[in-house]
Ligand binder design. Structure first.
Ligand code: SF4
Length: 404
């Protein structure tokens, strides 16, 4: 255990009112109150809402889910496109899952899209299509949101405080970092969740009529001042109370667990072509990483196995087909949070066997210009680019999410 700060045990409640006040005063001047940056946080006539005003709940809900593991700048174009395609609850609820995944393509953590879709169906039953435009008809209780797939405490708090100005706290990565530094907390925040929640709740309790502004201010402070690296303490409204700043060691916080070794795997991938020039793709099972997305078939290289043998074996085991493994198309590295993968991709010719989805939902032979109608993970998108460049250089892949 590292050095303990006296701030670890300081009583937060007496500080909360002062902290909330100085944070809100800072945010009034420096907050990210730009309708071009966070359109879901503004009224239909382009104003920051007054405390008694409600915002569009669908807008806030979609934004909160997209922001779960993704930064604001990345989320914005996705959110704008999403709201054009699914402007109402019933449109989202009634959409094909493939259309939903296609519109999420590139945002990562795809289970979020499938859960959003499932939640939309549940909510539609609860609210009804005719009423979904009226904020009053949407659930306002934390429990109702927590009952939906993929909605945790912080997301529910974000939705309720943004849409209704409800006095509910949030605790995302930004907020954890700021509070960890403010308190110079000597353990990783994820190991002291209830303590961190109590701090965030105390801030809201000190300004219950301005929960929307306060939560936004906390996020803005974390994103623009108390950043992961080189925080700008000179501009911080909490500098006076900040225990990490007082200790002269702000980047020591939040304290992290020792990094775990990230496993590395080589994946052999076969781009199988038939005599009509169509390519074989499979849809992953819904459970697990990248569930429901499409991909080129393949699998893990065994120790001591040549990559061409890996590809031939995987296609035999997963699709029950025999292929001739030809030249390499591309090799690329891709890092996930818990593992690093190297995809070694070879062009293959289909020799025999009727392809069977033995470890996937379904298989399809598709033409090159149809590939963009299927949602693929990021690494596969690069394979498609290489494939189109190799087999069909003058033509671009056609179709887009907007056509779905
Ligand atoms: S003083 Fe520095 S470390 Fe402390 S909360 Fe402010 S920006 Fe973060």
């Amino acid at each position: 255990m590292g050095q303990r700060s006296s701030a670890e045990h300081r009583d937060f409640s007496p500080l909360a009112a002062e902290l909330s006040q100085s944070l809100l005063a800072w945010w009034e001047v420096h907050g990210r109150k730009d309708p071009a940056l966070k359109p879901w946080m503004f009224t239909k006539d382009g104003r920051w809402p007054e405390p008694h005003e409600h915002l569009d709940v669908l807008d806030c809900w979609i934004a909160e889910v997209m922001l779960q593991q993704t930064q604001l700048q990345v989320v914005l174009p996705y959110w704008l496109r999403w709201m054009e395609i699914f402007p109402a609850l019933e449109v989202l609820a009634e959409a094909e899952e493939q259309t939903v995944l296609l519109c999420w393509q590139g945002l990562g953590y795809y289970s979020r899209a499938r859960r959003l879709h499932g939640s939309a169906r549940q909510l539609l039953k609860h609210i009804g299509a005719n009423a979904s435009d009226d904020p009053q008809c949407w659930p306002r209780e934390l429990e109702a949101w927590l009952a939906l797939p993929g909605i945790g405490l912080s997301t529910a708090g974000g939705i309720l405080s943004s849409a209704f100005n409800s006095p509910v706290a949030i605790l995302d990565g930004n907020v954890r970092r700021v509070l960890a530094r403010l308190q110079a907390h000597p353990r990783p925040p994820m190991r002291a969740q209830s303590l961190f929640w109590s701090w965030s709740e105390a801030l809201i309790a000190a300004a219950p009529l301005r929960a929307r502004d306060l939560n936004q201010a906390l996020m803005d402070l974390g994103a623009t001042v108390c950043t992961p690296h080189s925080p700008r303490c000179g501009c911080c409204p909490w500098q006076k109370q900040c225990a990490a700043y007082a200790a002269g060691d702000v980047e020591r916080y939040p304290v992290k667990d020792a990094p775990r070794a990230v496993p590395f795997q080589v994946i052999g991938v076969g781009v199988v072509l038939n005599k009509d020039g169509e390519v074989l793709i499979d849809q992953r099972l819904n459970e697990g990483l990248l569930g429901g997305l499409w991909e080129f078939p393949g699998g893990k290289q065994e120790p001591g196995e040549a990559i061409v043998d890996t590809i031939a074996r995987e296609l035999r085991e997963e699709l029950a087909i025999e292929v001739i493994v030809g030249e390499e198309l591309i090799s690329l590295d891709h890092a996930y949070s818990h593992k690093k993968l190297r995809f070694v991709v070879h062009l293959c010719s289909w020799l025999s066997g009727d392809p069977q989805p033995l470890e996937s939902q379904q298989l399809r032979w598709v033409r090159l210009n149809e590939l963009s109608s299927y949602p693929f993970p990021a690494a596969n998108a690069r394979i498609i680019e290489a494939l189109v460049g190799r087999l069909d250089p003058p033509r671009q892949a056609e179709g887009s999410c907007n056509e779905a």
